[in-house]
Write a protein that binds this ligand. Structure first.
Ligand SMILES: [Zn+2]
Length: 313
């Protein structure tokens, strides 16, 4: 099945990567981040592992179909829509090393600790549907067992690394979408895999440092990629990325100004129109409004909350 795969259909030419697209459902289910699988001499490298059991299963099915072990996992960042599947994969491939930044430690002491309280409240509510409870329990297990989220091979700085026998340019952008965002560039195929530093629909700014994120986009722009795979949404060309980057910077500038909020939301919707399907338009507008309120137009301390290391709160 070649759907979602890139590269030549000729079996003799290996595809540069295999994409398992993450869904963004409009109901209570949270999104799954995109997963990108790369071939390496020692097995498969899995970049991000999604949230739902179905997404993790799709990764495991692909590995089985390829008759290759998962040799390494790389997490772009600690958000649970990119890391929950780590545990499922390591149940099957316990020797898979996990490469990620250490930012999850600060998150466990603050953001994730708080969301655990919300999860308990939800589980105690008899009105919560069973499916939603299952997902909440799945997330809570990860928070209660931080070793399922932590790297076994922490990424502390940018540089060329050999992962599962394959050489990759690993980048660490600090204080961007999270405290430590890992992205990679494969010089051989000129592909950049950037996690949530680029998200088709709307930048997910829940734990964002707006200005640091902008700097991370500058760093991505300096790399001579031809193809860019975002954390959510379809694959982009270099020109697409340029459009998205400008839309991001304009959205932040508008959000932090005194301009009418509706004008900022309209601006995002227009500039990023090519990345927004009609089904998600309402979702995008609601999210943009929420991020203006909570991240861009909140108190100066709140705006800077994620521009420094997270601590227990
Ligand atoms: Zn995400």
């Amino acid at each position: 099945m070649l759907l979602g795969c890139a590269g030549s259909s000729k079996a003799s030419v290996p595809e540069p990567y295999h994409l398992i697209p993450g869904r963004i459902p409009l109901d209570w289910q949270g999104p799954d981040g995109n997963t990108i699988v790369l071939d390496a001499p020692k097995g498969l490298i899995v970049f991000d592992t999604g949230r739902s059991p179905q997404h993790a299963q799709a990764i495991l099915d692909y590995a089985k179909q390829r008759h290759q072990p998962v040799a390494a996992i790389i997490n772009s960042h600690w958000h649970l829509d990119h890391t929950t599947g780590n545990y499922d994969i390591r149940q099957v491939y316990p020797r898979a090393a996990v490469f990620a930044s250490n930012a999850v430690d600060g998150a466990l002491a603050s953001f994730l600790n708080k969301s655990r309280v919300q999860v308990d409240r939800m589980l105690a509510d008899p009105k919560t549907p069973e499916g939603e409870k299952d997902q909440a329990l799945r997330g809570r297990f990860r928070i209660d067992h931080p070793e399922t989220l932590r790297p076994t091979r922490p990424i502390l700085k940018s540089g060329r690394m050999v992962i599962a026998g394959r050489t990759l340019d690993i980048h660490l952008s600090k204080f961007a979408a999270t405290e430590g965002d890992v992205w990679l560039y494969d010089p051989k195929t000129r592909t950049a895999i950037v996690g949530d530093l680029v998200v088709g629909l709307v930048p997910f700014m829940d734990t964002a440092c707006a200005q640091g994120w902008s700097k991370a986009l500058d760093a991505i722009a300096e790399v001579p990629f031809k193809t860019l795979i975002p954390g959510h949404g379809p694959v982009m060309t270099r020109a697409d990325f340029g459009t998205w980057r400008k839309a991001y910077n304009d959205f932040v500038e508008c959000g932090q100004s005194k301009a009418d909020k509706k004008q900022c939301i309209d601006g995002w919707e227009q500039e990023a129109a090519q990345f927004i399907d009609s089904e998600h338009r309402g979702y995008v507008r609601a999210a943009a409004s929420y991020y203006i309120d909570t991240r861009l137009r909140s108190s100066p301390e709140e705006q800077q909350r994620y521009c420094k290391p997270l601590r227990a709160s």
